[in-house]
Structures are given as C-alpha cells and as structure tokens.
Design a protein around this ligand. Structure first.
Ligand code: ADP
Length: 648
C-alpha cells in the first residue's frame, strides 16, 4: 500500500465546500438524493457499458446499500456501479466541471451581496452534487474500484478544508463506497438538523426524493423475531429492507398499468383520499423525449385556495430522479389542480428554476401537457357528465381562469366550461346553448348576478323570456372576467342582457318596427316628464326613456350605450381601481300603472317633493329587482313607510 498523497482542491471547489459547510442550513437532506442519484447513474453506466463489454458486466443485480453505525455516527452509501479509476476520481471529485455549480455559486454570491436572505433556499433549487454531503459530514471517505480495469481501488478522503488525500484502497468489489462521518447535531436541533443514523429519517428521505430510482436502495435494519416459545424473549435479527418502491409507474407501457395502480400512485403523489377524475399518461418521442403522468382530481384539493401555494402540483424528474417539485414551467396556473410529473430524458439533473424559465424544451412540454389535459377533460365531459359536473362544481372556477389568462387556449377552455342557465337547473356548455337557440337568434345572452336567484328575477330578462331566449347566469366572479376576453363563441357573440341596445328577434315575427314607432311617439309626448324624473335622480341616472322590453316590472336600469359597461366597472373595482359607478338609463314600462301615477304626480311641470320621492322609490325598486344594493337603505325604508301611511 502506498502512502497517501495530498491534493489541493480547485479554487471553485473550495468555495463551494465553504458554502456547504458554513452558509447553508436548509434542505440539508438533499445530499442523500445527490449521492443516490450518482450511484444510480453509475449503475446505469455499468449496465450500458456491460452490454458490449463482458469485463464490465456484473453477475449481481445493481443495488444501493445504506449502512449506519449509530455509535460511530457514520452513514455509508455503497453501490456496485461502474466505479472510478484514480484519474477519474481526481477529475470528477476534485474539480468542478459543471456549469450548474458555477451558476449556483454566482447566484449565491449575488444573493448574499443583495442580502436578500434567499441564499439557503438556493440549495434546494440547484443540484450541487457530491459536495453537498459536507453539509452533514465533517469527514468523507470515498473508496472506489472501476469496472473493467485492473487498477487497484482508490481511497479518497477529505474534511473539506482545502485539500484531500488519495491512496490505494483494499476495496475488492467493483463500485463506490462513500462513508460520511456525520457532524454532531446541535443541542437544539431545528427541522433541518435531521439525524441520518435514524432509520425513519432515511426511510422518509429516500421515499421523498428517490422513491422511483430503478435500483433497490437497501438498509440493514434490526427486527424482532418472535421466539417460538411464547414465554421466551424475542430475538433480534438483521435484515436488508428496500426503502424505495422502485416503481417508476410512468416508465411502464400504458396498457399494462391497472386503474388500481394509478389510483394508488395518484394518492401518493397528490396526497388525496379520492381516486382521480382523469389519468393522463403519454410519452413524447423524437428530438426531445419525455414521459408525463398527470392526474386531474375529482374533488377540490384541500389546499387549492391557499394563496401561499405555488401554482403547480407537477414535479419534474430527470431520468427517473426527482429534480423539482411544484414546477411552474410545466403547467399554467389555471391548471394548478393537476398533479403528477414529467420525466425528461434530456434535461440535465442539475437544472435550476432560472434555467428552466426560458427553456424551449420546457415550453414544448408545457404546450403538450396542456393539450393532453384539455383533451382528457373534454372526453370526460362527453362520456361521464355527472363526474365532470362534480369536478366542475369544485374546480371549474379555476379552469375558467384559462379563458381570461390564456389566449392560445381560450376557445378550448370555453368549450369545456359549464355555465348556469335559464334553460335548466344543471349548468350547460356553450355548445349546448347554441343548439337550443331560437330561430332568428344570433347571439348568446348572459346576465351577471350575485346569485342564481338574483339573476333569474332581473327585469332585464323579461323581454328575452317573452321570446323564449335562453340566458346564461354569470354568478361566479370569474364569469365576468372570462367574458371580457371571450367576446364570442363560434359565430355567436356573447351579449349582456343589461346592454341598452339589445337587438332581439321579434316576439311574434312581425310588427316590431310598428311598435317601436308607437313607443317613440309616446316617448316624445312624455319628454318633459322624463326630464323631470332624470333631474330628480340626477345623481344616479343618465337618461330616462320608455322601455320596449318590460312586461311586468315597472322599471329597470340598463347600461348607457355612451358609458362603460357594468361588468367593466366591476372588474376595475376588483383590480383595485377607483371606478365610479357609471350612471345608467332608467327604462319605464309604458304599460304599467306606475307611469300613469308619475304623470299625475308630475302635474303641470313643477315637480313636488312627493314626485321626487316617488322617483327615488322607483329607482330603488329597479336596483332591488336586479339584486343590486341600495345607495341608502335607511332612507329607502323611511320613504316606503311614509308612502305606506299615505296610501292607506
Ligand atoms: P454530477 O453527478 O452532477 O456530475 P457530482 O459532483 O455529484 O456531479 O459528481 C461528479 C462526478 O463524479 C460524476 O459525474 C461521476 O462521474 C462521478 N461520481 C460521483 N459519484 C459516483 C459514484 N457513486 N460512482 C461512480 N462515479 C461517481
């Protein structure tokens, strides 16, 4: 055996090591993921090279072994992968060749300069490889023997303080064994100071980060063996247990996976109790290869409304190794209820969120993912309306955001969206609505309301109802946002029933213009009265005129064609902009007795207090009928009680 040679680390390596040791306190457990990934890669390499080189092939199955010595506080990660020669150790473990690590260093220094305090978070975003073990260990020994080489095995050792030693080792088996001498835990450990000699800590960490690694990750555990004689003490037995499920479900052919397997897997990834509504599993081949396995929940995930959640439940894997959870680049926010993963064959393991942001591959993957999810939802809607509707009741309002936010998918989302309607109790699709349109109807009509009941009784609908025209009830906040962008569906415009210039097909197919003329003539006769009413309500009302669409209600309010629409104003308000309620047009029912009374009260054109109060009551009624709040409810109540007494 030769004596140990001492080598100094490349400057950047030392920088990284210092960082690991002194500056990073969170996500320490990722060191295990990094070492296991290295082992898994080494096993992959041995398998691939072994295909053509008998000297490299192994008779044993690939495995990753974890060994713990509680007293000595050591943790060993041992694999029978490809191993390294002496030169390879110097090259791979002594220098930083990876651009990801450089980027990490730069980013870290920047964040320190800016004192943004985000530095410890960075470690979770970058894969920082082998060196991350110095976060938990103060001495690391690596012994390795290269497959297919006669070279003596090598022993590398370092305390991470600027240098490492190299010497020959007596390891006889091919593969790599890394011994971590774990740092002592602080007296008051926090959540990130985990004891990696504890079986449950290893179990949990492996499950979280490396569950789907293809090779077994084994741990030697002590178990009680019940004695045969009932009175005797149980004996202890050491046995190897595999900690990972090794079931990369998504790598198996689609048709071989059962629903039960999907359900179990879904519950694991989504932490849900219910079975998913849709399972989406596809593989993309060609220049960029990846597999996606995604699930649409049947019910609202418990934390979907938590504003602190990142808008993605899709993880990124690279060659079966978990790389990033809640990856926002893979799914748009309006599909934030979809959970699952995308496993890329081509991305580097050490991708960072920053490098993913403008990555063309990510964009392509995201596009395809969205397409597949929308297709799956569309087919669910067609084949199992009841289940789709239950999903919709819980999550439709999120999906509908897509209409507003995503121009490229606007039409597609609109197609699978459901809306409350006057035609039936169950919500309808826009396609179904257009199938039910009456002869001569060109547009899709909607009305906004706080609730279905308020929308239903809105006086603005009387004219539409009389013609048998169906009206969509926009009862969700998102509906108004959506319609701002959607504007039309197929050839059919979406028109608010509150619009003042509704062009409707004739009620009985004729004489429309005849009636219009009559109304116009009467309107002219009453022009003075209307000026009086408008003056009395000047604060709220822009114009007063006769209505062509009221059947039973005395009056209603419609949008002024010269002002902004009601929904625009509501949206501006929601965005926190100070928007004045636009003055609207008060339309009076020409056939209602209220008009006769108004004429009487107006008298010879010198409006009395009584007339003004009557106008106020009329205006309040119009507001109440459409479900809007009154500007001054107390005053309204007083006016009504006074009137009640007077009338009696
Ligand atoms: P990365 O794995 O991202 O390349 P690391 O710092 O983790 O970066 O490892 C550097 C290199 O060391 C690896 O690319 C690999 O060549 C070698 N290596 C690390 N661990 C092992 C191992 N268990 N078996 C064989 N080679 C290894």
């Amino acid at each position: 055996m030769t004596t140990a040679e001492t080598h100094t680390f490349q400057a950047e390596t030392q920088q990284l090591l210092d960082l690991m040791i002194h500056s990073l306190y969170t996500h320490k457990e990722i060191f295990l993921r990094e070492l296991i990934s290295n082992s898994s890669d080494a096993l992959d390499k041995r398998r691939v090279e072994g295909l053509t080189d008998e000297g490299i092939r192994s008779d044993d199955d690939g495995r990753i072994l974890l060994e713990v010595d509680t007293d000595a506080r050591t943790l060993v990660i041992d694999d029978n992968g490809i191993g390294m020669t002496r030169d390879e150790v110097i090259e791979n473990i002594g220098t930083i060749a990876r651009s990801g690590t450089r980027a990490f260093l730069e980013q870290f220094q920047e964040s320190r300069r800016g004192e943004s305090g985000s530095a410890p978070e960075l470690i979770g975003q970058f894969g920082v490889g082998f060196y991350s073990c110095f976060m938990v260990a103060d001495r690391v020994v690596l012994e390795t023997k290269r497959a297919g080489s006669d070279e003596q095995s090598v022993r590398w050792e370092s305390t991470g303080d600027g240098s490492y030693t190299l010497e020959e080792s007596d390891r006889a088996e091919v593969g790599t064994r890394i011994t971590l001498h774990l740092r002592a835990l602080p007296e008051e450990p926090n959540d990130d100071d985990k004891d990696f000699t504890k079986e449950w800590v290893l179990r949990e960490t492996v499950k979280r980060y490396s569950d789907f690694v293809e090779y077994p990750i084994q741990l030697e555990v002590e178990r009680d063996v019940p004695a045969e004689n009932e009175d005797a003490e149980p004996t202890k037995e050491l046995r190897l247990e595999t900690l990972n499920s090794m079931k990369p479900l998504w790598t198996r052919p689609r048709e071989e996976i059962t629903d039960a397997e999907h359900n179990e897997f879904y519950k694991h990834v989504a932490r849900d109790w219910n079975d998913p509504l849709c399972t989406i599993h596809f593989r993309a081949e060609g220049t960029h290869e990846y597999t996606a396995l995604l699930y649409v929940p049947a019910k609202k995930p418990f934390d979907i409304l938590d504003p602190g959640q990142t808008p993605s439940r899709v993880s990124l894997y690279v060659r079966r190794v978990f790389v990033m959870e809640r990856c926002e680049e893979l799914i748009p926010p309006w599909l934030r209820f979809v959970s699952g993963l995308v496993d890329s064959s081509d991305l580097p393991l050490n991708v960072s969120r920053e490098t993913l942001q403008h990555n063309r591959r990510m964009e392509q993957m995201r596009k395809r993912v969205v397409r597949k999810v929308l297709d799956a939802l569309g087919s669910k809607l067609e084949k199992d309306r009841a289940a789709y509707q239950a999903f919709w009741d819980d999550l439709g309002f999120i999906l509908k955001e897509g209409i507003y936010l995503d121009e490229a998918h606007r039409e597609d989302v609109a197609k699978i969206s459901l809306w409350q309607t006057s035609a039936q109790d169950e919500p309808t699709t826009l396609g179904e609505y257009t199938d039910r349109m009456v002869p001569g109807q060109a547009a899709i009509y909607y009305i906004s309301g706080r609730s279905r009941r308020a929308a239903e009784s809105a006086p603005q609908l009387e004219q539409l109802k009389a013609r048998g025209i169906e009206v969509l009830y926009f009862t969700e906040r998102i509906d108004e946002w959506a319609v701002q962008r959607l504007e039309s569906f197929g050839d059919h415009k979406l028109i608010s029933a509150e619009a003042s210039d509704l062009e409707l097909p004739d009620e009985d197919g004729d004489a429309g213009s005849e009636r219009d003329k009559e109304r116009e003539a009467r309107g002219e006769e009453l022009a003075d009265l209307f000026t009086g009413v408008q003056k009395a309500l000047d604060e709220h009302v822009a114009k007063v005129r006769l209505s062509g669409r009221l059947a039973t209600s005395p009056a209603m309010l419609v949008a002024d064609e010269d002002g902004p629409s009601q929904s625009t104003v509501r949206i501006m308000r929601e965005m926190g902009e100070a928007a004045q309620e636009p003055k609207r047009v008060l339309e009076l029912n020409p056939d209602h007795a209220v008009l006769t009374r108004l004429v009487a009260l107006y008298g010879d054109g010198d409006p009395s207090k009584e007339f003004e109060e009557y106008c106020e009551i009329l205006y309040g009624q119009a507001l109440l009928a459409e479900g809007s709040p009154l500007p001054d409810p107390t005053r309204y109540a007083t006016l009504i009680s006074e009137m009640l007494v007077r009338e009696s």
